[in-house]
Design a protein around this ligand. Structure first.
Ligand code: ZN
Length: 321
């Protein structure tokens, strides 16, 4: 019998989403478990995950016989080694390396598991089912708590010689006195253009000026607060997005010089601020890109339903198994 179904698993810092997917990209069943209640016990987490995967397969009315494999997107997931290594947001993989794919295959009685980082999984999802369908060269940028990226060249995700390629969130965008980044360096794109970076820009500007802003009444500002303020016409909040979009656009101009993509595809919570980010991004990109690519590279936003996108992205990996 042909194995016509795959399972997509999206490992996040707080929750892990699991879904059974068919070849058309329909999610037949899905479930969620916590990622953060297992502390440093990787095996306990993986056993709970295996149980949830089995339940999800049953829920879809399928058996192991119908499943081609399990695709997993996880922060710092390594495609070559199947390990999750030094992932600061996952307590069970924060200080070392966990042989994730091997342990999960064992816990599932032999079902094959393929693993990559979450941004690469998102790129595969967009290529299989979303905004990048039909594209062979594009760069996926995920704008969430952090900034992730997946680089696709000639229809293939670039993994590099060690499996970690595509850390564009950690290119330096401010060389002198740049902000400290979670990676231990300074001036990274992520320190400015992630959800955390946006909130930080707002706080810095509020602290350094007397400019009136509705954000002054907010106790601990999040990117969502800045977004809501911008929607209400708050001038400072609008400028925060203009600043963020400009830094992103400049960075895209550099990325384009590397792989000549057809498009930059954006995904993630912060990409919801499209109405405020798009114009400054396009402007800064075209002002800074080499002339041969001026006005030629599109910036597009993910078309996948947000609740399914992470599962679909991870599942796309399992079709290769
Ligand atoms: Zn960094």
């Amino acid at each position: 019998m042909p194995k016509e179904f795959v399972v997509g698993v999206d490992v996040g810092g707080q929750t892990t989403k699991i879904g059974v997917v068919d070849a058309r990209g329909d999610v037949l069943s899905q479930t969620v478990i916590r990622s953060d209640t297992f502390c440093t016990d990787a095996e306990a987490y993986i056993n709970a995950l295996a149980a949830a995967i089995k339940e999800c397969i049953t829920l879809a009315g399928k058996t192991d016989e119908d499943i081609r494999g399990i695709g997993v997107g996880a922060p710092n997931g390594n495609y070559y080694t199947g390990e999750v290594a030094f992932a600061p947001n996952l307590a069970w993989a924060a200080t070392g390396s966990v042989p994730f794919a091997k342990l999960l295959t064992e816990a599932l009685g032999g079902l094959p598991v393929s693993l990559t980082n979450d941004a690469n999984a998102a790129a595969m999802g967009e290529m299989a089912y979303g905004a990048a369908r039909g594209m062979k060269d594009f760069i996926m940028i995920t704008l969430g708590t952090g900034v992730g990226s997946g680089i696709v060249i000639d229809g293939k995700v670039v993994y590099g010689h060690d499996g970690f390629a595509g850390e564009l969130g950690h290119v330096t965008v401010v060389r002198n006195n740049g902000r400290a980044c979670g990676c231990g360096r300074t001036g990274c794109l992520e320190a400015y253009c992630s959800a955390i970076g946006v909130a930080r820009t707002a706080r810095e500007w509020l602290d350094s000026t007397d400019e009136p802003s509705q954000l002054r009444d907010v106790e601990s500002i999040t990117s969502k607060d800045v977004f809501d303020a911008a929607k209400a016409g708050d001038k400072l909040a609008l400028r925060v997005f203009e600043y963020t979009g400009t830094i992103l656009g400049r960075a895209f101009a550099d990325f384009i010089a590397f792989s000549a993509p057809e498009a930059i595809v954006l995904f993630g919570g912060l990409a919801r601020a499209k109405e405020f980010l798009y114009e400054p991004m396009v402007k800064a990109m075209n002002e800074n890109v080499l002339k041969i690519w001026k006005d030629k590279v599109e910036i597009v936003f993910s078309q996948l339903k947000e609740s399914d996108a992470a599962i679909l992205g991870a599942s796309a990996l399992a079709w290769e198994l």
